[in-house]
Ligand binder design. Structure first.
Ligand code: RRO
Length: 312
């Protein structure tokens, strides 16, 4: 039996449904090319701001037995670096569509970034990060529904390229309803659930693990899978079918990816596991997912995407 992991987001086709999650192995051209040349279906850049940023003081990322905690503080090489790289890559190779992640430190900066991208020759997808948990003094945009609605309304007056948003986890059914009602008003191509669970605290012996914010940071890995699955499925149930879901959070093995797709994900991103294992994680996860599909008789991910079973 031949099993395909190919998928689509909007008008884009990918040979493999796995890619990195923004923030992991995507800071430099070299890291991005590592993913591009692997069997991953695509890559997303580190979230870019207008100016390069150094981010928070080290240590700012720690692997733990159940996942990871980070307070990177949006270190990145600036929009121009990533956009120029993507434009050059598209000139030399068109084998994989790619994602550019970005966010402004203010609404005004976000519009500035999106205008630059709109006028560029970049042909891929854009992920607007509304959920960075780690910039001191800057709350996550997506936890403020009024600001989010206003921002998206303004963006879609001028932005014409394929746009999706990176969301934080929500924890209340009313919030799923309210957020989905907002997103359904706009021609978003995808939502990506979830960013890290913000502001956790991990302790070893008597000390925190990371320096910024007295040790508080975003959680990833095993800690977050049930929350990630709930968010993927909640939005799959509520969003217009034209808005696809990218599932991110707690994918350690093929079974975890299978569950994200069952909940409705069209693509699956790998963060903590990619940080722990490196590029070979894509091959392993692809193989593990294929084995599950063979056992169950599924030839493509469309055969089971969104088919989560409930009690009667
Ligand atoms: O750079 C970070 O601290 C960071 C970002 Br922008 C994000 O979106 N999610 C995260 O866990 N860390």
């Amino acid at each position: 039996m031949t099993v395909s992991l190919s998928t689509t987001i909007g008008n884009f086709t990918f040979d493999n449904c796995f890619m990195n999650a923004a923030g992991v192995h995507c800071y430099s051209k070299e890291e991005l090319l590592d993913i591009y040349q692997s069997n991953a279906g695509s890559f997303v850049t580190k979230t870019a701001t207008l100016e390069p940023r150094e981010g928070n003081p080290l240590p700012r990322y720690a692997d733990t037995s159940l996942g990871s905690i980070n307070s990177m503080g949006l270190p990145n090489l600036g929009l121009d670096y990533y956009l120029t790289f993507l434009e050059e890559l598209e000139q030399s190779s068109t084998t994989k569509p790619t994602f550019l992640s970005l966010t402004g430190l203010s609404s005004q900066e976000t519009h500035q970034l999106l205008n630059i991208v709109n006028q560029s020759s970049f042909q891929g997808l854009i992920e607007l990060n509304l959920s960075c948990p780690n910039v001191p003094g800057k709350p996550q945009v997506a936890y403020d529904f009024e600001t989010t609605n206003h921002l998206l309304a303004e963006v879609f007056t001028y932005f014409t390229k394929p746009l999706g948003i990176k969301l934080p986890p929500y924890f209340d059914i009313v919030h799923f309803d309210q957020a989905a009602a907002i997103f359904n008003q706009y021609p978003l191509v995808f939502v990506n659930c979830i960013n890290s669970i913000g502001n956790g605290l991990v302790i070893e012996d008597e000390s925190v693990l990371i320096r910024p914010k007295h040790g508080f940071g975003g959680l990833g890995g095993q800690y977050v899978k049930p929350t990630a699955l709930a968010n993927v499925h909640a939005f799959y149930q509520r969003l217009n079918p034209s808005i696809q879901i990218i599932g991110t959070g707690g994918v350690i093995n093929g079974r975890d990816a299978f569950e994200h797709i069952l909940c409705g994900a069209s693509m699956v991103q790998i963060g903590t596991t990619l940080h722990k294992e490196g590029i070979p994680a894509f091959q392993r996860l692809s193989q593990e997912l294929r084995e599950i599909m063979v056992q169950k008789g599924y030839e493509s991910i469309d055969d089971f995407r969104g088919e989560l079973k409930y009690f009667a």
